[in-house]
Design a protein around this ligand. Structure first.
Ligand SMILES: [Zn+2]
Length: 132
């Protein structure tokens, strides 16, 4: 089973490798949430903007789920942060998802593989609902 420490390490690695040019404008907390049926991950920010919190579905604690799926979900939430959604950074789009802005950002940062694996896995294993 994976724990929050594992998740934090993966998050730091991904940031250094794919998002090194994105400023961390506040504290970012990353942790597993409870298991959920429909939501892969989410990001929110505290009212005082001092902290952003990324939650990943507790299902991903299971090491049978490929790491690349987890990377895809993490990257998705980091892209929201980079685009100024639930982060203090300047907002770059009117809507967090419209126009495929998340996919485009992931592809341009060399994360197309993770994007595709996450999509394929989700299609087979999940009923996805719209969320940040
Ligand atoms: Zn999203």
């Amino acid at each position: 089973m994976r724990d929050n420490k594992w998740l934090e390490n993966l998050f730091d690695e991904m940031w250094e490798k794919y998002f090194f040019d994105v400023r961390r404008a506040n504290q970012i907390e990353v942790k597993f949430s409870r298991k959920a049926r429909t939501r892969l991950g989410s990001i929110r920010m505290t009212r005082d903007k001092k902290k952003s919190i990324i939650l990943l579905n507790g299902l991903f604690r299971d090491s049978l789920i490929p790491t690349q799926v987890v990377e895809g979900v993490l990257a998705h939430e980091i892209v929201h942060y980079a685009h100024g959604f639930c982060s203090p950074l300047k907002r770059q789009h009117r809507h967090p998802h419209k126009g495929g802005v998340v996919k485009n950002e992931m592809v341009s940062r060399g994360l197309e593989h993770q994007y595709r694996i996450e999509k394929a896995w989700t299609k087979d294993n999940f009923v996805k609902e719209v969320s940040l």
